[in-house]
Design a protein around this ligand. Structure first.
Ligand SMILES: Nc1ncnc2c1ncn2[C@@H]1O[C@H](COP(=O)(O)OP(=O)(O)OP(=O)(O)O)[C@@H](O)[C@H]1O
Ligand SMILES: [Mg+2]
Length: 233
């Protein structure tokens, strides 16, 4: 397999048990592939299934049908639509996922949230914090805030904490759900530069954007998802 990810006919149907088994389409017949080291932008109207696709790749959601072929150094070529939970945990170490909506861990200082994944990889405590400080500085989070709990941070500050936490491990595959949505122009520029840097160091990236102008500055290819009328039946 040449590509790092190959998605074929991916479908996710939600069954709402509280609504007597009502079925809702998350995404339907999605196919694309991501060459190694490339950056793919996903665009499309709200509700079309963009976040669902990323969550299927990260396996927050178990796909209903289709294939997500992923080439992993630790597991070889695996199908994330069928991989065991154990395999998923293993390949997640090669990935970072930044969610659209921020889930902030209460009562953990910002700098520790950012350093946590380095510690999981065996970094020493102080070295992890130092590296976290460098990312926070680049992302414009002042030292004064490093020991504060991000639950009180502004939306844009929280988004930058989440990004710092995801980028710091220099993952093999990066999944971004609207990474620049709450950022002002200057911070947007900083984040897009960081993404370009990571990409030139070899990270493959799938990013959802609403802002075509931001997407165009960093992506190699764009997949526009369109809703069709029979979808929501
Ligand atoms: N956990 C879930 N349970 C039930 N339905 C869901 C779930 N997650 C997503 N959906 C449904 O799947 C469809 C696609 O949702 P998704 O969040 O993927 O859209 P999106 O393209 O990311 O939209 P937006 O641009 O607004 O973020 C929506 O109709 C949504 O209601
Ligand atoms: Mg979404």
């Amino acid at each position: 397999m040449e590509e790092i990810i190959k998605v074929e006919n991916l479908c996710k149907i939600f069954t709402l048990h509280v609504l007597r088994g009502k079925m809702i389409t998350g995404c339907k017949n999605i196919s694309f592939s991501l060459p190694r080291g490339a950056f793919l932008g996903l665009l499309g109207p709200s509700g079309v299934g963009k976040s669902t696709i990323l969550k299927c790749i990260y396996r927050t959601y178990l796909p209903t049908s289709g294939f997500i072929r992923y080439l992993s150094p630790s597991c070889g070529e695996i199908d994330l639509a069928r991989a065991s939970d154990y395999q998923v945990l293993q390949v997640r170490q090669e990935m970072s996922y930044v969610a659209q909506f921020l889930r902030i861990i209460p009562r953990v200082p910002a700098i520790d949230i950012v350093a946590e994944r380095l510690w999981q990889q065996g970094w020493a405590v102080e070295e992890g914090r130092q590296q976290a400080g460098e990312y926070l500085t680049r992302l414009g989070i002042t030292r004064k805030l490093w020991d504060a709990y991000p639950v009180t941070f502004s939306g844009g500050e929280q988004q930058r904490i989440n990004l710092a936490r995801a980028l710091i491990t220099r993952p093999r595959l990066l999944l971004l759900d609207e990474p620049t949505a709450s950022l002002d122009a200057e911070n947007k520029r900083v984040v897009l530069n960081l993404l370009a840097e990571l990409k030139s160091a070899g990270t493959s990236i799938i990013g959802i954007f609403h802002d075509l102008e931001a997407a165009n500055q960093v992506v190699d290819n764009i997949l526009v998802l369109e809703s069709s009328l029979d979808w929501k039946k």
